[in-house]
Structure formats: structure tokens, C-alpha cells
Design a protein around this ligand. Structure first.
Ligand SMILES: [Zn+2]
Length: 386
């Protein structure tokens, strides 16, 4: 990478067209001066001499422009060569054999357009969609993301939670169905912020708590109680057992903004992170291993024939693990859609087939949990969705 960095620095310092621009301006000036001189007295015999001088100085000046360009080209050329040298193995993947999406260009275009919209690059997305043609993206989606960015900006730039709270109240039913605590988290942050920002004056925080927290008591009583205890320690809150929520409000802003984006996207039926970003990052992590594998296969002239399976492990960070697996502790089988994990009333989880084996007498007969003394029936077990 050092060679690329050195060439990039060279490109950055030398290969700009600033010098060429200055020299071209000099050419224009020469031409303008000559024109003005001739225009003053078109019939003067000295115009021939003026043109002669112009010819000479223009030729020298144009040479200079040529030299300026040469420097840019040579730096670009060297940078390109350094890149090719470092990434020459990438050519192993240039063959269309590896391009599973070669016939699905519109899917890639759609993913790019969606990525641009969810990144808030609306103008670029508009141009891209115009040039890519029909991409089957709902027309109101962009409007939704415009709203999302306005709300996030209010939070991040102006420290204003009102638009986010208004949105969470509007969508309260849907958020509740998802088991989301977004509205409470937003109100909690508002309280913490007023408390911290108020300094010794806690009246704003107290008024806010009195006005807003009542609505959450059923679900969040304990948390509200802990927050209220902060009033007992106005000066040495961080020494008290109630200081934790007030420790790092800046981080709270980041966390709450992230949960907001996540909930907003999920109500649109989208994941919190852009799938294109995830796929490209996971691909970049996997690429060195895949390239090595390809070169070994080429050298040894072997082929991997198992469908949808790689002969190598590609370790990805935990954030990239989406499909958790469950192995039944009784049968040691990995659960599947047909044989899903089932939770007994005691909280222990085993696979459906193991459960059926235990309930020999049918759905109503009692069965004993293999891990604790509790008894239950087959119908009491609940399917676990991982
Ligand atoms: Zn049990």
C-alpha cells in the first residue's frame, strides 16, 4: 500500500491543472493584447511585426501548456500502474463465470438507487434513476427519507427532539407492535438533556417530567423512578447510584438517533443499514480470501463443485451475522423451518422433533423438561423465531 500512497501523494501535489490554467490564461492575454494593438490602428505596418511576435511567444507558451499536461499524465500513469500492480489478482474475478448478477443489471441499479436515497443523496439518486430507466422504486419513498433526514438533522444539529417525538407519537401503534421503546427513549433523552443543560436550575427538567412521564408509567415505572431520584442529588449526582443515565448525554444523542433511524426504516419495511453498503463491506472483507482460493484452485487445477457453499471460512464481524442458528441440546440437530426450536413454559428450548418424542402420549399428555423438573404439555410449548 505504501507504493500506492507515495504515487497518490505525487498525484495530489503535482497533477493538478492549476499550472496549465495559469499558462492558458497567459496565452489568452497574449492574444488579447495583440488584438487590441492591431485594433488600435489596423492599417499600421507595425501589425506585421506584432503578429510575428505573437506567433513566437504563443508557440513558446503553448509548449509550456504541453509540459504542464505531461506532468499530469505522467503522475496519473504512475498512479494507475501502482494500482494495477497492487491489485493485479483482482483480474482473476474479471471473468463472467464469477458474476452471478451479470444478467441482473437492473437489480444492481435498483440497489444503487435505493442506497443513494437512504443515504440522503437525493439529487444524485434522481439523476441516477433518470439515466438507469425503470427501477421499480416506490415514488413516495424519497419523500419518506427526506422526512427522516429532516428529523435526524433537527436532533443532531439543533439538538431538537420535538420532530422525532411527534413522529414517534404519530406511529405509536405500529411501534408498540414492534415492541419498540422509541418514544420513551426520546422523552428520556429530552429529560436528561434538560436536566444536564439546566445546571443548578432543574425547573425545566422537572416541568418536563411532570408533563410527559405519566404516559409511560405502566411500562417504564422503575426507570422513571430512577430518573426522578436524580433530583435528590443536584450537586453530586455522579457519586450517587442514579448518575448513570446522565453520564454521557452526547453518546445518548448518537444512540437515540440510531434507534430512530432503525425504527423509521423498519416501518418502511427496510433494514437499518443499506443492504448495498453491507454487501460491499462484507465482500471487501471476504475478497482477499476468495482471491487466494481462486489462485490455489487455478494452480492445483481443482474445482469446487458444491453448490452455494465455499470451501473456506469467511469470518465476518458479529454485526454481519444475521441468521442465528440453534442446535437442539437433546438431538444435537440444527433446527430448521420444519423442525423449529420450541420453548417450554420453564424457558428451556429444544427442537420440535425432540419435544414430540418426549410427548409420546400426544398433545395433552404431560412431559417433563429434559433440563429441569418442570412438567408441561406439547401445546404449551411456543415456537421460537430466531
Ligand atoms: Zn425446563
Amino acid at each position: 500500500m505504501d507504493a500506492i500512497k507515495a504515487e497518490f501523494d505525487r498525484l495530489d501535489s503535482r497533477a493538478n491543472l492549476g499550472k496549465a490554467l495559469v499558462d492558458i490564461n497567459k496565452c489568452i492575454l497574449l492574444l488579447e493584447n495583440a488584438r487590441n494593438q492591431i485594433a488600435k490602428d489596423p492599417s499600421s505596418p507595425s501589425r506585421v511585426a506584432t503578429l510575428g511576435r505573437l506567433h513566437q511567444s504563443m508557440a513558446a507558451q503553448l509548449d509550456q501548456v504541453g509540459n504542464d499536461h505531461k506532468e499530469v499524465y505522467s503522475a496519473l500513469n504512475r498512479y494507475g500502474k501502482a494500482l494495477d500492480k497492487k491489485f493485479k489478482a483482482a483480474s482473476a474475478f474479471s471473468s463472467s463465470d464469477y458474476d452471478a448478477l451479470s444478467n441482473d443489471g437492473h437489480l444492481i441499479n435498483r440497489a444503487i438507487a435505493m442506497h443513494l436515497i437512504r443515504e440522503g443523496q437525493f439529487a444524485v439518486a434522481k439523476t441516477f434513476m433518470k439515466e438507469a430507466g425503470e427501477l421499480d422504486i416506490p415514488e413516495d419513498l424519497q419523500g419518506e427519507f427526506v422526512e427522516m433526514y429532516q428529523i435526524v438533522e433537527a436532533m443532531k444539529v439543533r439538538r431538537d427532539l420535538e420532530p422525532a417525538i411527534a413522529w414517534a407519537r404519530l406511529k405509536a401503534g405500529l411501534l408498540e407492535q414492534r415492541g419498540s421503546n422509541l418514544e420513551f427513549d426520546l422523552c428520556k433523552l429530552q429529560f436528561v438533556w434538560l436536566f444536564v443543560q439546566g445546571g443548578p436550575d432543574k425547573s425545566k427538567a422537572r416541568d418536563y417530567a411532570t408533563k410527559e412521564f405519566q404516559r409511560f408509567w405502566k411500562k417504564h415505572l422503575m426507570e422513571i423512578a430512577k430518573l426522578m431520584c436524580a433530583f435528590v442529588f443536584p450537586t453530586d449526582l455522579h457519586e450517587s447510584p442514579y448518575g448513570k443515565p446522565f453520564e454521557d448525554p452526547e453518546r445518548m444523542w448518537g444512540d437515540v438517533a440510531h434507534s430512530f433511524t432503525k425504527e423509521f426504516c423498519s416501518l418502511l419495511g427496510l433494514s437499518a443499514e443499506s443492504p448495498l453498503y453491507l454487501a460491499a463491506t462484507a465482500g471487501a472483507i471476504a475478497l482477499p480470501t476468495l482471491l487466494k482460493m481462486t489462485s490455489i484452485m487455478k494452480e492445483k487445477k481443482t474445482e469446487w463443485t458444491s453448490q452455494n457453499e465455499l470451501p473456506v471460512e469467511i469470518p465476518l464481524p458479529p454485526a454481519y451475522h444475521f441468521h442465528s442458528i440453534f442446535v437442539c441440546p437433546v438431538s444435537k440437530d440444527q433446527t430448521t423451518d420444519a423442525n423449529p426450536p420450541m420453548m417450554l413454559p420453564c424457558g428451556h428450548v429444544i427442537a420440535l422433533e425432540s419435544l414430540q418424542r418426549l410427548a409420546k402420549g400426544g398433545t395433552q399428555s404431560t412431559l417433563k423438561c429434559p433440563y429441569c423438573p418442570k412438567e408441561s404439555t406439547l401445546v404449551q410449548a411456543k415456537k421460537v423465531i430466531i
